[in-house]
Structure formats: C-alpha cells, structure tokens
Design a protein around this ligand. Structure first.
Ligand SMILES: C[S@@+](CC[C@H](N)C(=O)[O-])C[C@H]1O[C@@H](n2cnc3c(N)ncnc32)[C@H](O)[C@@H]1O
Length: 191
C-alpha cells in the first residue's frame, strides 16, 4: 500500500461519492483531466458542469472530452465558477472538485482567488446532496496562494460540524508547500 498524493486521493474520494446519473462540478477545468474522470463516473445519464475562465483551458477540455467521446454528458462553461448558481439552478449536486492555483501550461498569472472560490463553494453547498462532497486541492506556493489557502482553511474549518464533516489531508514532512486536500461532506442524520 502506498499513501496517495492529494491529487490521487481526490480521485479515490470522487469514485466513492459519484454514481451514474449524478450531477457533478469541475470548478477548475484546466486541461480537463478531472472533467473527463467525472464524465466517466456519471455516465451518459449524468452531467458534468465544467468551468474555466481561460479560453485555452476550455479548448483543451473540449478536446479531451471529444477525444474520449464523453461530450454528451459534459457542459463546458467559459465563465467563472463564482457564477455556478446560474448554471445549476436548483439541481442536486453529488460532488464538486476544485484544483486551486494556476494552470502550469497556461497563463501563470491567472490564479484562483479566495473571494470567487468561496462564493462558488458556498453556492454549491446549498445544492449538495446528503453525503455529497466538495473537494478542494490547494496549491499555494505562488504569490497569492497562501492567502487563498488560509481563507479556504478558515472557511472550511468553521463549517457547522452538525451539518458537515470536513477533512484535511496533507503530507506534513515535505518541502515546497505540499498540496492540501480539503473534503467537505454534507452529513446525513446517521453520519
Ligand atoms: C490548477 S488549474 C486546474 C487544473 C485542472 N484540474 C486539470 O486537470 O488540468 C486552475 C484553473 O482554474 C482556472 N480558474 C481561475 N479562476 C477561475 C474562476 N474564477 N473560475 C473558473 N476557473 C478559474 C484557471 O484558468 C486554471 O485553468
């Protein structure tokens, strides 16, 4: 057994949380890796809402889902995730993932920001199904990254424990700001 990286662990959690037919969100499409992964989990009867503000990310994501023939169940949206409510309306959401920071192959000055990240997370929490999960993988070595990390940790750490279980996963003996995974799960009466 090998301990998983934050990124691999995010996929392990998504696999457990997502069922065929579900509605899910990729809040930061980038090159479309998570969008493809989610599209395969929800199948043709489900739906992935995938957001990015960079045209190159939208193009890369569309290319990846077309190549893998999962475009039917994907809506790739060239808009900020802070506007997520406009697209999901009242639809139930079983999972969402955000990879925060910048796109290594894209414009490195385009970074996720605390106010917009938290606006998106708050909106999705309202639509989250019981046992549904929001995952944030925090990369924070870049300018502005630590501020976002601190605000996300503060927000997640202050969620009502009667309503949500919140997990923090990180290797704590690594140099160079190892990524942190935060998972927020909506509790049911028995969980
Ligand atoms: C770390 S990358 C995501 C990597 C991606 N998960 C992948 O598999 O390639 C972060 C992405 O967030 C995007 N982004 C930044 N601010 C955003 C916002 N307000 N709404 C949506 N996407 C945003 C950036 O353009 C960038 O592509």
């Amino acid at each position: 057994m090998k301990l998983q990286s934050a990124l691999n662990f995010s996929h392990t959690l998504l696999k457990k949380a997502v069922n065929p037919g579900d509605n899910v969100i990729d809040g930061t499409a980038g090159l479309g890796h998570d969008t493809l992964f989610l599209a395969q989990l929800v199948g043709q009867k489900g739906k992935v809402f995938s957001f990015d503000i960079q045209q190159s990310a939208i193009d890369a994501t569309n290319h990846r889902i077309n190549e893998n023939e999962v475009q039917h169940q994907c809506e790739v949206i060239h808009d900020g995730h802070e506007n997520v409510k406009r697209y999901i309306n009242d639809q139930p959401i079983s999972a969402a993932i955000f990879n925060l920071g910048y796109l290594p192959t894209g414009n490195k000055t385009i970074i996720t920001k605390p106010a917009t990240t938290l606006k998106a997370v708050s909106a999705i929490l309202n639509n989250l199904t019981p046992n549904g999960i929001i995952i944030l993988v925090l990369y924070y070595g870049h300018p502005g990254g630590k501020e976002e990390k601190n605000q996300v940790l503060d927000f997640a750490g202050n969620l009502d424990q009667h309503q949500y279980n919140v997990l923090k996963y990180q290797f704590i003996n690594q140099i160079n700001d190892p990524p942190i995974l935060i998972a927020i799960q909506k509790r049911t009466k028995s969980s």
